[in-house]
Design a protein around this ligand. Structure first.
Ligand code: AGP
Length: 609
């Protein structure tokens, strides 16, 4: 989604901003822009529709050695993707970049037109810019005071960076519901909405909290609350390195991240599970053993892949944990439902980015109701990670590709470890738990083996099936969430229309779809459901299916293509199959010539609902 960068120091700010914007490209955007101020405030504002590369060409023709500036990548909400709607917006003395949504912008706009403001764009951001300008001029006040007064009139979510042409020695920043980080260097200060833009510049950062406003100068940042009272900032160390945000020789981040799974999963498991002595332990939950024993219901909440991770882990956990009910909820649905929370519920808030607006809203509502909320988050220092009562980082490192892969596998693992902890606390048999922990420990090397063995085979199949416009993914039991996740991956990166279904639902509707425009992906595990899954295949074949089966059985499989995965796992076999469908989605997208890492219309972190 939209990205913000800012810089004040003695470097050429255009170059710092440009490199920051390039780092934010992975978040998804449709236009980009920067504004820098000369020593006496003369502005150079450059905006372009499309990629940052277009903006870069423009910067080359308008080079300045200005030492202060702000920049933005925009993902359109109000108004089409266009140069006119791109940020920074300028009204009077003020330049402003904004992430989020100003909900009452129409009312504010109507008011401002009474004071001769007219608007060139369709954006809510331009209205906020005009509001700041109006107060700044009317009251002859400082920029920080004008921003603070303007924000008090605003309903909505924002992360903003603001410049005044009257004072090129400061950038004013503020956040509410949209992340903003200030990076402290030697006589220079950086601003970014995402830590990746700060890597390599500084590892000393301040994660701004909701309601805070900051005045950045070369010397540092002074934070204020919304009433303009000074507050102290706590400086933290940025846990992200340059290596983790580079492609390391892979063609795309997506492929790199698929291949990183053995390593990233090991980081998730490290120190948290052991078969001998038997141990499943997540530090940082802030729950006593007694509280853990009392849990009767686990509610897992997330969006997209994070939601599917909750569904998948639920299937695993019910294999070994009786007496605890488990539900997985789509955050955007839950937040508007009048739901009841059973007593002794723990909520697991699952998010790679830790910034997803709907997930965050659920967290806030559940906390309001007094429910214990634990995070299952990847991005360190993100909003969800800071607002939960406790939780666990999945530690997969930076996930740059918009399509989530390594985060999914580790989210499932982390939630499952939570289930194992509950099982241990409730006295579930050691033998049974030990066998699951053994499997979990073996999972990274099983994934590694499968990646090595099947990459070329999947690539070949993907090329042969890349011309289909539709796909149906089916699976039973723990392979049902894998079918949902497999279909999501394919549609995100290849733009092939794909649907995931519980295989037992075929005859209840989706079998009507099957024709020559479709291919089908069927997950079949060699267990008590093998016969049923095979019957599904036969039924589909009778209607002209072009099925690809992903299976671990050596028995007969009635599919056009069969990818036979040899794994010693039982419970976690679905996660191994999932790696095959990640590769399939990747190679179909490559065969179709798509922008694999930044698929159209998508954003990595969905900070508006
Ligand atoms: C996954 O491939 C998607 N891009 C998307 O569904 C994602 O999982 C979802 O937006 C949730 O993101 P989060 O984990 O950062 O909260």
């Amino acid at each position: 989604m939209c990205g913000i960068v800012g810089y004040i120091g003695d470097k050429e700010s255009q170059q710092v901003l440009l490199s920051g914007l390039k780092r934010l490209e992975y978040r998804g955007y449709d236009s980009a822009g920067i504004v820098t101020l000369g020593a006496s405030g003369e502005p150079t504002s450059l905006r372009e529709k499309g990629k940052v590369a277009e903006l870069e060409k423009k910067i080359l023709n308008h080079k300045k050695d200005d030492e202060v500036g702000i920049g933005h990548t925009r993902w359109a909400t109000h108004g089409a993707p266009s140069k006119r709607n791109a940020h920074p917006h300028n009204v009077g003395d003020i330049y402003l970049v904004h992430n989020g949504i100003i909900e009452n912008y129409q009312d504010l706009k109507t008011e401002l037109t009474k004071y001769d403001y007219d608007f060139k764009s369709e954006t809510d951001t331009e209205v906020l810019t005009a509001l700041v300008d109006y107060i700044y001029k009317k009251d002859g006040t400082s920029l920080v005071s004008a921003v603070s007064q303007a924000l008090k009139m605003v309903v909505g979510a924002y992360g903003i960076a603001v410049l005044s042409v009257k004072n090129p020695s400061e950038i004013v920043v503020a956040r509410k519901g949209s992340p903003l980080i200030v990076g402290l260097g030697d006589d220079e200060v950086f601003v970014a909405s995402d830590a990746s833009a700060l890597v390599g510049h500084t590892d000393q950062v301040i994660y701004m909290r909701d309601g805070e406003i900051g005045v950045c100068t070369r010397e540092g940042v002074q934070l204020y609350d919304i009433e303009a009272n000074e507050i102290n900032a706590s400086v933290e160390k940025l846990e992200l390195d340059l290596q983790s945000i580079q492609k390391k020789g892979y063609d795309h981040f997506l492929l790199k991240e698929i291949y990183e799974q053995p390593e990233s999963l090991n980081s998730t498991l490290l120190g948290r599970v052991s078969a001998d002595p038997l141990r499943a332990r997540l530090g940082g939950l802030n729950m006593s053993d007694n509280e853990i024993r009392k849990v009767e219901h686990v509610m897992v909440i997330g969006c997209g892949t994070a939601y599917y991770a909750g569904l998948e882990a639920g299937y695993f956990i019910e294999q070994f944990l009786d007496g605890v009910t488990f539900s997985s909820q789509i955050a955007s649905e839950l937040r508007y439902r009048s739901f009841t929370v059973p007593k002794n519920t723990v909520a697991l808030i699952v998010s790679q980015s830790g910034e997803t607006a709907d997930t965050l809203a659920c967290l806030q509502e559940l906390k309001r109701r007094g429910v214990k909320c634990l995070g299952v988050v990847n991005a360190v220092g993100s909003t969800i990670a800071r607002e939960v009562d406790g939780g666990v980082y999945v530690h997969v490192g930076a996930e740059i590709s918009v399509a989530s892969t390594k985060a999914f596998t580790s989210q499932v693992a982390a939630i499952t470890i939570f289930g194992l902890m509950l099982a241990q606390a409730k006295g579930v048999g050691q033998m049974q738990l030990r066998s699951y922990i053994h499997e979990l420990e073996a999972l990274p090397s099983e994934i590694e083996k499968v990646l090595k063995k099947h990459d070329k085979e999947v690539q070949k199949i993907a090329k042969a099936y890349a011309h289909y416009e539709h796909a149906l993914y089916i699976g039973r039991d723990a392979l049902y969430p894998i079918a949902l996740e497999g279909a999501l991956k394919l549609k995100e990166v290849s733009y092939v229309h794909a649907e995931g279904y519980a295989a037992g639902e075929l005859k209840h509707g989706p079998i009507a779809l099957i024709d020559d425009r479709f291919f089908e992906v069927c997950y079949i595990q060699d267990n008590w459901l093998y016969e049923k899954s095979q019957s599904n295949l036969i039924e589909m074949n009778a209607r002209g299916a072009h099925a690809i089966a992903i299976t671990n059985t050596s028995k007969r499989i009635a599919a056009e293509k069969v990818i036979r995965v040899n794994t010693k796992l039982e419970l976690f076999t679905p996660l191994v199959f999932n790696v095959i469908s990640q590769l399939l989605a990747y190679y179909v997208a490559v065969a179709r010539g798509n922008d694999v890492d930044q698929p159209r219309n998508l954003a990595k972190s969905v900070t508006v609902e």
